[in-house]
Write a protein that binds this ligand. Structure first.
Ligand code: FAD
Length: 434
C-alpha cells in the first residue's frame, strides 16, 4: 500500500497520523521540533499545548462539549489521552500538558504503521502525495513560502498571545483562596482579590508598560478568544472586570463578599505545582510582566515558570483555496488539517485532523466523499471553513452554537433550544459513523 505523508506532529497531525495508521495505512510523519523549534513551543514532544492547558468545556449542552462527544464517538486518540491526564478544572477539560504530550509522543513513536522523521519540510516539492499539511499557525517559513506559491496568494493571519504560568509554591495562600465561581463543583481555582484602588493601579501600570509590538503591527488583528489583556484595556478601564477579572460568584472567605475584581489561577499539571493565570495573555515585555503581575494580591512573590508572549498566527483562505474534503483545489492529493485551515483552538484543530484522515480513506478506497452531517458539530465546523459564502472576509472560528444550523421551529427557551440542537447533532453523527 501507498505511504501517506503527514507534516507536523502537533494536535491535528498527531490525531490524523494515528487515525490513518489505525485504518491500516502506512504513515510517514514529519516533525521539525528536535531539529528546529517554533517561537511558541518549548519541548520536542508531539501535541504540545503552547498556551492554556484547557480543551474547553465538557458540559453536555455546550457546543465544545458536543464536539467532544462526537470526537469520542469517532475514536479520537488526542481526546482519550487528554482525559487520561485531566487535571481538575471545573466544567472544563484541563490537562497536565507534560504527561499528555509525552503520552501522544509515545503512542505515535511506538505505532508500527508510523515512521517518524525529525526534519524540517521546506517545500511542497519535497514530499510525495498523498500528503496532509498540519503545520499549524506557526508553519516554518520555508514551507510557508512554498504554500504561498502553491496557492498564489497571501496567507491570512491574526495575532495570538500566551498567558503566564506560575510556580504554585509561590502563591500566597493567606490571600488567594480556592473556589469555583458560585461554589459549583469542587474548588479548582485559586482566586486573588483586588479592591477598587488595587484594580485601577494595576490597570494603569499595564497601560504604561512597555509592550512587544508585532512586526506587522500596522494591521494587528487579535482573535477575540485569545486577546491580550492590553488590547482589552484599550476598550476601557473596566473591560477586564467584565472579562477575565470578573468577581461575581467568588465570595472571599475573609470578607464574605465578592471582591471588586479577581484574578483566577488554573491548575496546570497533575501534581498541582504549576498554575496559569486564566485569560491573561499578554505582550508586555518580560520585565514588566514580572513586576506588574506581582502587584496582584496573593502573587507578590510569584515565581514565573513561563511568561506571556505574542505570535503571528497564519491560516489559509480555505473556502477559496480548498475543496470540501480539505484537499487543495490545485492538487487533489494535498490535504490540510488543523489551525492552518482556519479553525481556532486546540480541540477544533484536533477534530480537523480526525476528519481529514477519514476523507483521505474515502478517497483512497474510491468511496464517494461523505462529510459529517451538517447538523453535527463536526459538520458545522467543516462548513465554517469550506462554505464559499465565507471567503470574502474569512475569519478563524471556534466551535459555537452559532455555527450549528438554526432550528426550523420557534423554540423560545434558549436552554431548550440548545438541548434540541445537541440531540439532533448526536443522532446525525451516530448515523454517519455507522
Ligand atoms: P500545532 O499544534 O502548532 O502543530 C504544528 C506542528 O507542525 C508543530 O509541532 C510544528 O513544530 C510543526 N511544523 C511546523 N512547520 C513545520 C515544517 N516546515 N516541517 C516540519 N514540521 C513543522 N488554542 C487554544 O485552544 N488555547 C490556547 O490557549 C491557544 N493559545 C495559542 C497561543 C499561540 C501563541 C498560538 C500561535 C496558538 C494558540 N492556540 C490556542 C491556537 C491553536 O489551538 C494551537 O496553535 C494548536 O496547537 C493548533 O494545532 P495544530 O495541530 O494545527 O498546530
Amino acid at each position: 500500500s501507498k505511504n501517506i505523508t503527514v507534516v507536523g506532529a502537533g494536535l491535528a497531525g498527531s490525531e490524523c497520523a494515528l487515525q490513518l495508521a489505525q485504518f491500516g495505512f502506512d504513515v510517514v510523519l514529519y516533525e521539525m521540533r528536535g531539529v528546529k523549534n517554533t517561537p511558541a513551543h518549548k519541548t520536542d514532544h508531539f501535541a504540545e499545548l503552547v498556551c492554556s492547558n484547557s480543551f474547553g468545556s465538557l458540559s453536555e449542552v455546550s457546543a465544545p462539549g458536543q464536539l467532544k462527544w462526537e470526537a469520542e464517538h469517532l475514536g479520537s486518540f488526542i481526546l482519550k489521552a487528554a482525559k487520561e491526564f485531566a487535571v481538575p478544572a471545573g466544567q472544563a477539560l484541563g490537562i497536565d500538558r507534560e504527561r499528555f504530550a509525552a503520552k501522544v509522543t509515545e503512542l505515535v513513536n511506538s505505532h508500527p504503521k508510523i515512521t517518524v522523521k525529525r526534519d524540517v519540510v521546506t517545500s511542497l516539492d519535497q514530499i510525495p502525495r498523498p500528503a496532509v499539511i498540519a503545520t499549524g499557525p506557526l508553519t516554518d517559513e520555508g514551507l510557508a513560502a512554498s504554500l504561498q506559491q502553491h496557492f498564489g496568494d497571501e496567507f491570512l493571519y491574526f495575532f495570538d498571545a500566551i498567558a503566564p504560568i506560575i510556580d504554585a509554591d509561590s502563591i500566597n495562600t493567606d490571600i488567594a483562596w480556592k473556589a469555583d465561581r458560585y461554589d459549583k463543583g469542587t474548588p479548582d481555582y485559586y482566586n486573588c482579590p483586588l479592591d477598587k484602588e488595587q484594580y485601577f493601579n494595576f490597570i494603569n501600570e499595564i497601560k504604561a508598560a512597555r509592550k512587544i509590538e508585532p512586526k506587522h503591527f500596522e494591521s494587528t488583528e487579535f482573535f477575540e478568544g485569545c486577546m491580550p489583556i492590553e488590547a482589552m484595556i484599550d476598550r476601557g478601564d473596566q473591560t477586564l472586570r467584565f472579562g477575565p477579572m470578573k468577581p461575581v460568584g467568588l465570595t472571599n472567605p475573609k470578607t464574605g463578599r465578592y471582591p471588586f475584581a479577581a484574578v483566577q489561577l488554573r491548575q496546570d499539571n497533575k501534581e498541582g505545582t504549576a498554575y496559569n493565570i486564566v485569560g491573561f495573555q499578554t505582550r508586555m515585555a518580560y520585565g514588566e510582566q514580572t513586576r506588574i503581575f506581582r502587584m496582584i494580591p496573593g502573587l507578590e512573590n510569584a515565581e514565573f515558570l513561563k511568561l506571556g508572549s505574542i505570535h503571528r498566527n497564519m491560516y489559509i483562505n480555505s473556502p477559496k483555496r480548498l475543496n470540501r474534503d480539505l484537499s487543495s483545489k490545485n492538487d487533489p492529493w494535498l490535504f490540510f488539517a488543523g489551525q492552518i485551515t482556519g479553525v481556532e483552538g486546540y480541540f477544533e484543530s484536533t477534530c480537523i485532523g480526525l476528519l481529514v484522515a477519514r476523507f483521505l480513506r474515502q478517497k483512497l478506497q474510491d468511496q464517494s466523499f461523505s462529510p459529517p452531517p451538517r447538523t453535527s458539530a463536526m459538520g458545522s465546523l467543516l462548513e465554517a471553513i469550506t462554505d464559499p459564502f465565507r471567503e470574502k472576509n474569512f475569519q478563524p472560528t471556534n466551535i459555537n452554537f452559532g455555527l450549528l444550523p438554526p432550528l426550523a421551529d420557534s423554540i423560545k427557551d434558549k436552554k431548550e433550544k440548545k438541548t434540541q440542537q445537541v440531540r439532533l447533532a448526536q443522532e446525525a453523527l451516530r448515523s454517519w459513523s455507522n
